[in-house]
Design a protein around this ligand. Structure first.
Ligand code: SPV
Ligand code: MN
Length: 635
């Protein structure tokens, strides 16, 4: 391959790589890839560079090195390992995360994380200079979506963390062969990550220099001085921000959504739903419902393929929140997490004296001492402010391949994706939205169900927990171009789609006056089966000011059929009454939010929110504070 051998980086790369690695790189005959590896090898100065192909030998090389260097430690069960992110590095770090955009675009970015591009790149060059000294850099090629499909986006990651490379091997489809088949000059996403200087426990020291900068012009993300996968694993949230930007210019969508199919055994049919929920609001639990089939739990690409609304799961694994995963609430994941032989990385949970992992809400007694994200842990341990340190972090996670799950949908690898019939938007509120409501149409679904989504903040993001925050499409942290245009692209995506999916809003978190949840965790299965029946035009519904809700009898039958459980009419009325005041308040928060968050938001959307609030205010005169299910009449 003389062409690349003459490249200005060839001598450097030959020097840093084994002959085998160099051969793997040069065989791909991809000049951009060669330049990318060369440029960042020159800047980051690793001692050596290892190029991975798709072989199991290379996957094992990564795994073994992660263990050898102490980034992961073996747990009692075969294949299970534990990784600890450093203290204060256990969630996404929005303060350190920026979308790098041209100066002219900055005023339109509103609430989005943004920084002037040239300034950001210069800052990163400083931080990355020599950052990999003393370490090996691993170059790993993966693919977003099934390989060689209309959805595929090839990705190249350089990292000095074997844990990050190992996570990518579990979470994404291997992409070396995909690169081999790419057309000359075809775009791919590029990621550079360094954990930076490490302390004696292998944790990143320079958290003050933690940065995650996405260059949206060049489709490259630079990440330094962190380990938490949401900050370090290129193909996850970094690629998502790049894909959102790219999709916005190409007419497809990248959404923060699970993909799953509801199984109606009686009718012998499988119906695909996608759902957006902010972090820790029941997304994985919905995707993993017992008796249904999972395709993915976090990120979906949507494309119009021959007039059909089709989706793929971008990923090949799950990086899931482990808190509250127990035998009763999430039986399938719980069982998988106990299965020896499966390759599973646990992170930020307690390692007990028996070398088993223990997490919050596991449903078993945990040991009174062990090793945890705060180091050596013992019952009663407190931090500097005298606050108790829990034995495991509330954003502790598990990382595993989807293929380990017994409920995987056989369609999950289909190159053209699956046809989507329903879209769900789910937030977390204790007193506003009903458990499930169907939107009258796509556009109002986007404006009144997706754009009004809010959530109480959780530990998936570093910062204060429990505050109500707007979360357009559950995607606020990942939208990478002005929000108004993003909403419009969502609305317009269905132009030319023959059968437009129905949109549903769900809320699993309604509480009674004493603060107790009104339904058990698996009740979501009933809401989904109701939506499935609606899609197949088998159940009627009551009109509400914002859409349609189930009738009592239909839910009663479903609770009986699915759980053998009685569902009382009193509970139904409590759950499904339309709460006018909280909705008016929600809409006024929405208007306030978009006014500052989305400077490019079209007036039309504000008009819809404002007229909805007026309509609700008028309805209060007629119905009082609540509208009982079935009582509402459209004028
Ligand atoms: C989320 O918080 O939405 C996640 C985990 O999926 S992270 O990778 O941290 O974004
Ligand atoms: Mn997510």
């Amino acid at each position: 391959m003389p062409r690349l051998d003459n490249n200005r980086f060839a001598p450097l790369l030959k020097d840093k790589m084994s002959a085998e690695s160099y051969r793997k790189l040069i065989e791909l005959d991809n000049e951009s890839l060669f330049m990318f590896v060369g440029e960042y090898t020159e800047l980051c100065e690793p001692d050596s560079v290892y190029i991975c192909d798709d072989s199991d030998e290379d996957a094992e090389y990564i795994r073994q090195n992660s263990l050898r260097g102490g980034e992961e430690k073996p747990l009692a069960k075969k294949g299970h390992t534990i990784h600890y992110d450093g203290y204060d590095d256990q969630g996404r770090a929005p303060g350190a995360t920026k979308n790098l955009v041209a100066k002219e675009l900055l005023p339109l970015m509103g609430a989005l994380l943004a920084k002037e591009r040239e300034e950001g790149l210069a800052e990163m060059r400083e931080i990355l200079k020599g950052i990999m000294k003393g370490k090996q850099a691993i170059v790993k090629l993966n693919c977003e979506g099934p390989t060689q499909s209309p959805f595929s986006i090839a990705c190249a990651q350089i990292t000095d963390s074997f844990y990050v490379a190992h996570s990518e091997d579990l979470l994404y489809r291997r992409g070396y062969e995909h690169f081999r088949h790419m057309a000359p000059g075809e775009r791919f996403f590029r990621f550079v990550h360094s954990a930076g200087r490490l302390d004696e426990n292998g944790n990143s020291i320079d958290l003050d220099k933690r940065r995650i900068y996405q260059d949206l012009e060049d489709f490259i993300v630079l990440s330094a001085n962190n380990q938490y996968a949401g900050n370090s694993v290129g193909l996850k949230k970094h690629a998502m921000r790049l894909a959102i930007k790219l999709s916005g210019t190409q007419g497809w969508l990248c959404e923060h959504m699970f993909v799953m199919s509801v199984q109606n055994e009686k009718k012998g049919r499988s119906t695909c739903f996608c759902g957006a929920f902010p972090s820790a609001c029941g997304k994985t639990a919905t995707a993993m419902l017992p008796g249904e089939k999972i395709i993915g739990d976090d990120i979906a690409y949507f494309r119009n393929i021959n007039g059909e609304f089709r989706a793929v799961n971008v990923e090949n694994g799950i990086f899931g929140i482990i808190k509250d995963v127990n035998a009763d609430d999430d039986p399938l994941i719980f069982k998988t997490l106990q299965t020896p032989g499966d390759e599973i990385i646990f992170s930020n949970v307690l390692t007990g004296p028996d070398n088993e992992p223990y997490w919050l809400g596991m449903g078993v007694d945990h040991p009174v001492y062990g090793w945890s994200y705060s180091g050596k842990w013992f019952e009663g341990k407190t931090d500097e402010q005298n606050n108790p340190i829990p034995f495991a972090h509330s954003n502790a996670r598990y990382t595993l391949r989807l293929g380990y799950l017994e409920n995987i949908d056989p369609a999950y690898n289909d190159k053209n994706g699956v046809v989507v019939k329903g879209i769900i938007y789910g937030g977390r509120d204790s007193d506003t939205s009903v458990p499930i409501e169907e939107s009258p149409d796509w556009k109002s679904g986007i404006i009144l169900k997706a754009c009004t989504l809010e959530s109480e903040t959780t530990s998936a993001v570093i910062g204060k927990e429990g505050e109500l925050a707007p979360q357009p499409m559950a995607n606020l942290d990942f939208i990478s171009y002005p929000i108004g245009a993003y909403i419009t692209n969502n609305i317009r995506f269905v132009e030319g789609i023959e059968k437009v999916p129905r949109i549903y809003a769900v809320n699993y978190f309604l509480r009674d006056e004493k603060g107790h949840f009104l339904t058990h965790k698996l009740a979501k299965k009933v809401w989904l089966h109701w939506a499935e029946q609606r899609i197949h035009n088998e159940v009627d519904a009551y009109r509400t000011p914002l859409g349609f809700i189930p009738k009592y009898e239909d839910l009663k039958s479903l609770f009986m059929e699915i759980f053998g459980e009685d569902f009382s009419e009193a509970l139904y009325k409590k759950l499904f009454k339309f709460r006018i005041d909280p909705w008016i308040a929600k809409i006024s928060r929405t208007v306030r939010f978009y006014t500052h968050a989305a400077p490019d938001c079209p007036k039309e959307y504000f008009d819809i929110w404002k007229s909805t609030a007026h309509k609700l205010t008028a309805l209060k005169e007629r119905y009082g504070r609540y509208i009982e299910p079935g009582a509402y009449r459209e004028k």
